[in-house]
Design a protein around this ligand. Structure first.
Ligand code: MG
Length: 190
């Protein structure tokens, strides 16, 4: 029996999955925002990973901060169009995203919807009352994603190869993987 991932072994279909977007699903642009579907580039094997997740989780959400909207650099219509494209592409390979939550606010707004504040998760629970945060996994590539997840009692997965980030934020990160695909492969093997 593999005992490396005890918290992941508890996962069953009652669990919910929360995914960050930039740097998890698509290539994160440095000092810029993804403003249209042409600029939205899937990371390798992400669509296939979502197909795997669809077999494990009854609810899969994307929770994304997009302060480029608050800055006036793009509109919510543009963001919604990107997400329509993202969801359709994932569905083409048998994956599923049940709902996408967007926080368009500026960091300086201190809005409860913006991660690491819990607003987007609370909205998901309001819309999907069966969601239990203690039976949820948060996957992200930022420490603010880990704070968001931990504050709600979720299992947190940090993506990336930054060992210093992991070591310095030990209490916020349950497990780390190089990318979404290696997390999906681990779910299949434990
Ligand atoms: Mg990110």
């Amino acid at each position: 029996m593999n005992t490396l991932y005890p918290k992941l072994k508890k996962i069953n279909r009652n669990w919910s999955l929360f995914l960050d977007r930039d740097g998890v699903i698509n290539v994160r642009l440095i000092d810029d925002y993804v403003k249209n579907r042409e600029a939205f580039v899937f990371l390798p094997n992400v669509r296939e990973s979502c197909a795997v997740f669809s077999d494990f989780f009854d609810r899969i959400f994307v929770v994304t901060n997009q302060q480029g909207v608050g800055k006036g650099l793009m509109s919510m219509e543009q963001v919604n169009d990107i997400h329509q494209f993202m969801v359709e592409e994932i569905e083409k390979v048998g994956g599923r995203i049940d709902r996408v939550y967007v926080a368009p606010y500026l960091q300086s707004d201190n809005n409860i919807m913006r991660k690491p504040s819990p607003g987007m998760a609370l909205k998901a629970k309001k819309e999907f009352s069966e969601v239990q945060f203690k039976q949820s996994v948060m996957v992200g590539d930022s420490i603010s994603d880990m704070q968001f997840g931990k504050r709600l009692g979720m299992v947190t997965i940090f993506l990336g190869n930054d060992v210093n980030q992991c070591r310095d934020n030990n209490e916020l990160i349950d497990y780390s993987f190089s990318d979404l695909w290696s997390f999906a492969q681990t779910l299949l093997t434990i």
